[in-house]
Design a protein around this ligand. Sequence first.
Ligand code: 5GP
Ligand code: MG
Length: 177
Amino acid sequence: MKVLIREEEIHDGIARLAKQLHEHYGDSPLTIVAIMTGSLVMLADLIRRLEMPVRISLIAVSSYRGKMTPGELEIDDSRMLDIRGRDVLLIDDIFDTGNTLVEVTARLQKLNPKSIRTAVFLRKEGTSKVTQRPDYSVFDIPNAFVVGYGLDYEDLYRNLPYVGVLEEADLKQPLPH
Ligand code: 5GP
Ligand code: MG
């Protein structure tokens, strides 16, 4: 595994994001909507650096399989908090084509929040297929498949404390049960 972003760099990056959020929101309460499961680690690190009152709401997004056209997303917001009139920060692990962020933002908008901003841990360069951009991205990375710090390959590697690029040798190893 090739290390792309070291643990110390991530630590500093999350601190930088927290500072930007304090500058923008001040002491106002913030509702963070986190897209599972990839943003879990970022969520845990970020919220412990925030000093305003924070609410946390989790949603799950998955790509439709089977008869639906690819790219269409299934959004499970059954456990969403009431965000009407609230300042919302939507967070996700990575911005690739941008479809996830666009679709989830549109869905949240219908719930009449006071505002919505978006923050991603990683943003891939040159892969976006939408005009919307995240308001905050902790790191911009080249177009490679990355794992760690919440990001998975076949549901594994989320627990790595760094971000790595999978190499041929990693992919050839049999996956544990
Ligand atoms: P988008 O909708 O922006 O194309 O994709 C966002 C989702 O695709 C992310 O939430 C993540 O689940 C997945 N994804 C995109 N690129 C990568 C990557 O390099 N590594 C991993 N592990 N997931 C990725
Ligand atoms: Mg995801």
